[in-house]
Design a protein around this ligand. Structure first.
Ligand code: S3P
Length: 450
């Protein structure tokens, strides 16, 4: 188990950074590419372990996925019904998205399959996805665990043989892109029109990519319908460019806001509005992030995100709640670090989902903040952060509990601490941002790994 040690920044950060391709889009490019009718060339796929799990899963089911000398990844789609039964258990590692999306895809196949995960993923609830899929007629079994009537990995998925799933209309009680995507994927194979209604707008990469590939999918406000009746069952092959991951960009921008910057830019970031809630929170804190070279093509909008000198001065507390929480859910740990740099008390609300991420992120974020000398008040669905009013973070040791985003958040705090911050259990940073240490070092931060 590795640790990071970061020393307080003595000079402003500077430079232009590239980040890994968006993890969410990468998973979808691999899974949907495998189902396409022909070859899909993916440019910009992240080298992170999470995407690698999706890639390996498709290879386990007979799909050829190759690295080309150009840096692109070539997926030779086998068609909607071309997957082969895996000869072994599919290991989803730390990746909840791999497991939940695959649950939707595999429960519609004729063959049996089994999905497992690491210790963290094995603690994550699966009934949210298994429940609606079983309503569609899927055969799913899992393990029991800490909550009665919940379902935990490993998941055993019984093949349907010649039978088909039946369509459902599903009103989600909690916004979740993973659950929505699993149901829509299953819906592609079902009899009739499957509809998912969202209570708030979660990320929409599944809808955008499937529609682009010619799937019979219609979005109407909060409702997404997929109706394969009369469809030829062909997903069009074509190139996919994966833009930079905004969730990774958030750490670099926060680093600049904590350490100070001359000018720091993060290149070619996906700025799909459903992913950029953190930019709205930064604006509410009073931190100015500019978008340069914005391009809007057929896929997601992409831009360089830039901060310049003084961007992190005079931050003010704010409240993050409702739809804004959904649009910045993965960024809450790093936003909590910035909240500690702001004047006043920042409230994070409506984040119950944070309890079931790679760690219980309300608990692990609060624990991290306390170690850093910040006063916090923890609640069931959120927490409040008392700003340090100009004081630095306290030098300390933080346990990341295997959560990549807690590990990276604690490192960023260390740039603004009164002595070294040591962060333990950081290996999972490689799930989303394998180049984190190098990238941050190139911008001028001092950190070591041991
Ligand atoms: C993801 C959806 C989100 C997010 C996760 C990736 C996806 O989870 O937290 O990191 O790629 O669909 P929810 O399904 O809870 O929205």
């Amino acid at each position: 188990m590795s640790s990071f040690t970061v020393t307080p920044a003595t000079k402003p950060l500077m430079g232009a950074a590239s980040i890994p391709g968006d993890k969410s889009i990468g998973h979808r490019a691999l899974l949907f590419g495998a189902l396409a009718d022909g070859e899909v060339l993916i440019r910009g796929l992240s080298g992170g372990q999470d995407n690698h799990r999706s890639r390996q899963a498709m290879a386990d089911m007979g799909v050829s996925v190759e690295d080309l000398p150009t840096g692109q990844v070539r997926v030779r789609g086998v068609g909607l019904r071309g997957l082969r039964a895996p000869s072994q258990v599919i290991d989803c590692g730390n990746s909840g998205t791999t497991m939940r999306l695959l649950a939707g895809l595999l429960c519609a196949q004729s063959f049996d399959s089994q999905l497992s995960g690491d210790a963290s993923l094995s603690q994550r609830p699966m009934m949210r996805v298994a429940g609606p899929l079983m309503d569609m007629g899927a055969h799913l079994r899992g393990a029991s665990g800490k909550v009665a009537d919940e379902m935990y990995p490993p998941l055993f998925i019984g093949g349907l043989g010649q039978k088909r799933l039946r369509a459902i209309r599903y009103e989600q009680s909690v916004a979740s892109a993973q659950v929505k995507s699993a149901i829509l994927l299953a819906g592609l194979f079902a009899e009739g029109a499957t509809e998912v209604v969202e209570p708030a707008q979660s990320r929409n990469h599944t809808e955008l990519m499937l529609a682009h590939m010619g799937a019979p999918l219609v979005v109407d406000g909060a409702s997404i319908r997929v109706d394969p009746s009369g469809w030829d069952g062909k997903l069009k092959a074509g190139p996919v460019t994966v833009p930079g991951d905004p969730s990774s960009a958030a750490f670099l921008l926060a680093a600049g806001l904590v350490a100070g910057v001359e000018r720091l830019s993060v290149r070619e970031v996906c700025v799909n509005r459903r992913r950029t809630g953190f930019l709205d929170v930064l604006a509410a804190f009073g931190a100015l992030v500019e978008m340069e070279s914005l391009s809007t093509g057929p896929g997601d909008p992409v831009a360089d995100l830039v901060i310049t000198r003084g961007a992190g001065d005079g931050l003010r507390a704010t409240t993050v709640s409702g739809e804004l929480t959904v649009r910045s859910l993965d960024e809450v740990p790093i936003l909590a670090i910035l909240a500690a740099r702001a004047e006043g008390v920042t409230h994070f609300e409506d984040g119950e989902e944070l309890r079931v991420k790679e760690s219980d992120r309300i608990a692990t974020t609060c624990e991290m903040l306390k170690r850093l000398g910040v006063e916090v008040e923890e609640r069931k669905a959120g927490f409040s952060v008392q700003g340090l009013a100009g004081r630095p973070f306290q030098a300390c040791e933080v346990h990341a509990h295997g959560d990549h985003r807690i590990a990276m958040s604690a490192v960023i705090a260390g740039l603004g601490a009164n002595g070294p911050v040591r962060v333990h259990d950081v290996d999972n940073v490689a799930t989303s941002f394998p180049s984190f240490v190098d990238t941050l070092s190139r911008l001028g931060a001092e950190l070591s790994v041991d």
